[in-house]
Design a protein around this ligand. Structure first.
Ligand code: NDP
Ligand code: 8X3
Length: 259
């Protein structure tokens, strides 16, 4: 039977491509022959990934070492892209993090600023720079990585959850703003995925991070890459608006069945 998926090979910009979901998505889309722009702060990791994807999959791939919190450096980097890289067809707003797990009265201002500036303002910064080209061309797709934490709040996670609730609102708002211009907007909202996420949240405490995934099988970054690939290969008239994807053993933000 003929597949209904669209065989497009767009230029795809992935933020947060140095690890986890972003990296898995880069690999998945490289296998599909997409041209990739990979962004993240760790320049060495980014360049190594870019080189390996170019060699392994014979694709064109550009490393863009940048911090999504810094609007002016993003503006410079994207305005200086070589002409042949400017027509970005798909933007995957994935860069994000949780910092700390504390009740609000014990939370750290630095953690709050980092989460708010990365998870909310980072998406806005990148979208503000990339969406106008899509609008001008009447075509494009933006995928925001939300979370179960953007649908349910859990104890000690108020600020991280607030940033992911904001991602939910931004996705809906962008969808409304961009629908007249033929630009699709989707969100993918995972439950627990085993990546560097918990190690970052607990500031390098590997024991504490590992315990998050004890006794059940979490999602893998590849599971999320699968969903992203599915979303961006739908026919032009289809927009997958929101996907909530959970480990089989996780029923809600707080209910995980551990053996
Ligand atoms: P990882 O920690 O493995 O990856 C996070 C990525 O974000 C890294 O590539 C990191 O790159 C990048 N990043 C963080 N801060 C910045 C910044 N200021 N500027 C640019 N890049 C940045 O975690 P995940 O892959 O799990 O996380 C990806 C997304 O998925 C996040 O938005 C997260 O909130 C979300 N998510 C994760 C879940 C999970 O359980 N793991 C579940 C639900 C959602 P670098 O350090 O090089 O800058
Ligand atoms: C990441 C999932 O539940 O740790 O967004 O917040 S959770």
């Amino acid at each position: 039977m003929k597949s209904k998926s669209t065989q497009i090979k767009p230029i795809v910009l992935i933020t947060g491509a140095t690890s986890g979901i972003g990296q898995a998505t880069a690999i998945r889309l490289a296998k599909d022959g997409c041209r990739l722009i990979l962004a993240g702060r760790r320049a060495v990791t980014l360049k190594a990934l870019t080189a390996s994807l170019q060699t392994k999959y014979s694709i064109e791939c550009l490393a863009v070492p940048v911090d999504v919190r810094n609007y002016s450096s993003l503006k410079t980097v994207f305005s200086e892209l070589p002409e042949e890289w400017k027509q970005i067809g798909v933007l995957i707003n994935n860069a994000g993090l949780a910092a700390g797990l504390d009740p609000v009265h014990e939370g750290s201002l630095d953690d709050w600023n980092q989460m708010i500036d990365t998870n909310i303002k980072g998406i806005l910064h990148v979208t503000k720079l990339i969406a106008p080209g899509m609008i001008e061309r009447g075509k494009g797709h933006i995928i925001n990585i939300g979370s179960i934490a953007g649908k349910e709040v859990y104890p000690k996670g108020a600020v991280y959850c607030a940033t992911k609730f904001a991602v939910e609102a931004l996705t809906l708002g962008m969808r409304q703003d961009f629908v007249p211009f033929g630009v699709k907007v989707s969100s993918v909202c995972p439950g627990a995925v085993e990546t560097e996420f918990s190690l970052v949240r607990f500031k390098g405490d590997a024991d504490r991070a590992g315990k998050i995934y004890d006794g059940f099988q979490p999602l893998e970054a590849d599971d999320i890459a699968d969903v992203i690939q599915y979303i961006i290969t739908r026919p032009a008239h289809v927009n997958i608006q929101d996907v909530l994807i959970m480990p089989a053993a996780q029923a809600s933000a707080t209910i995980i069945h551990r053996k």
